[in-house]
Ligand binder design. Structure first.
Ligand code: NCD
Length: 305
């Protein structure tokens, strides 16, 4: 049984294959309209979501399949004390594949141990978010044409931001990647990324607390929200939340071909006036998330167009 729990569960070749299918879906969606006829996706979301849950549902519907699920822990039997493992085994009686988001790191992995159907990690606490990473890789490939030889700046909450952890992990397998990590001291990348990915694979990276200083060097700027729900106290959140705000003035420091990405939701970290800059690709990124999730669902169910 194949699950997607970490970005490393897919080889570089498999990711290339998913990107090729997603790009074909973007060009010719009609070819894929019946690939999942009769199949069901369950979305089990124990944490809030707009894009991830609805893009999974939209992806399955666009493939001809159906969707069922819940969008908060208190509307499922988790509220009665059921374990994720039992919930997954139960849902396997009703569906063919599960996308699960959970506030606890490792919960989708625990669910996968006894699950007879594929489990997709749709975000586990402050740990990983592999399908956002597939979305990000597709976005980079669509907008830049390649995934190697890039300088990527990641800015904001690099400590709790699971999309950051997964993106660094996935990109570390491509040649010529350099990271510029932009955050306040308190929100630097955790040890499992610094030691387990960056040092382990000898990936060049620098750390800054100034966005302005980093901007001129970047091919890609990946902005993130400060993850309020993972803070231990509200005062720290309030002190750090507006540390970085990308404005049109700051965009003038960037290269003309730099792209700005964001997994979304945005709070204050990108001014809305930046949306009109052609280098801002975060809403396109949201659209690409549907195509790559269609490709992923087909892959995990062993289906082709
Ligand atoms: C991200 C997440 O849930 O980690 N959102 C998403 O899935 N696109 C980022 C965030 O919530 O800040």
């Amino acid at each position: 049984m194949k699950h997607l729990l970490s970005p490393l569960d897919l080889s570089v070749d498999e990711i290339d294959g998913l990107i090729a299918v997603a790009e074909d879906i973007a060009r010719s969606p009609e070819k894929y309209r019946h690939v999942c006829d009769g199949k069901k996706l369950a979305t089990c979301f124990y944490e809030p979501s707009t894009r991830t849950r609805l893009s999974f549902e939209s992806a399955m519907l666009s493939l001809g399949g159906s969707v069922l699920g819940f969008s908060s822990a208190d509307s499922s039997s988790a509220a009665k004390g059921e374990s994720v493992a039992d919930t997954a085994r139960t849902i396997a009686c009703y569906a063919d594949i599960i996308a699960m988001r959970h506030p606890k790191e490792g919960a989708p992995m625990v669910a996968s141990l006894r699950s007879p159907i594929p489990i997709i990690n749709a975000g586990d606490g402050g740990h990983q978010h592999p399908t956002q990473t597939l979305t990000d890789l597709l976005t980079i490939h669509m907008e830049k044409g390649h995934l190697d030889n890039l300088t990527i700046g990641l800015c904001g909450d690099l400590k709790f931001g699971r999309t950051v952890h997964s993106l660094i992990t996935a990109l570390s397998r491509y040649p010529g990647i350099r990271f510029v990590l932009i955050s306040p001291d308190e929100l630097r990348v955790p040890g499992f990324v610094r030691d387990g990915v960056l040092y382990k694979n000898d990936i060049p990276f620098e750390e800054h607390d100034s966005l302005e200083a980093a901007l001129p060097k970047l091919d890609i700027l990946y902005m993130t929200r400060v993850q309020r729900e993972r803070f231990f106290n509200e005062e720290d959140y309030i002190r750090l939340k507006d540390r970085y705000i990308l404005t049109i003035e700051k965009m003038s420091l960037a290269r003309p071909e730099m792209i700005v990405m964001h997994p979304m939701p945005r709070v204050n970290e990108i001014s809305v006036e930046v949306d009109d800059d052609p280098r801002a690709v975060y809403f396109k990124q949201t659209q690409y998330g549907v195509y790559i999730r269609m490709a992923l669902i087909m892959n995990l169910l062993g289906l082709e167009a």
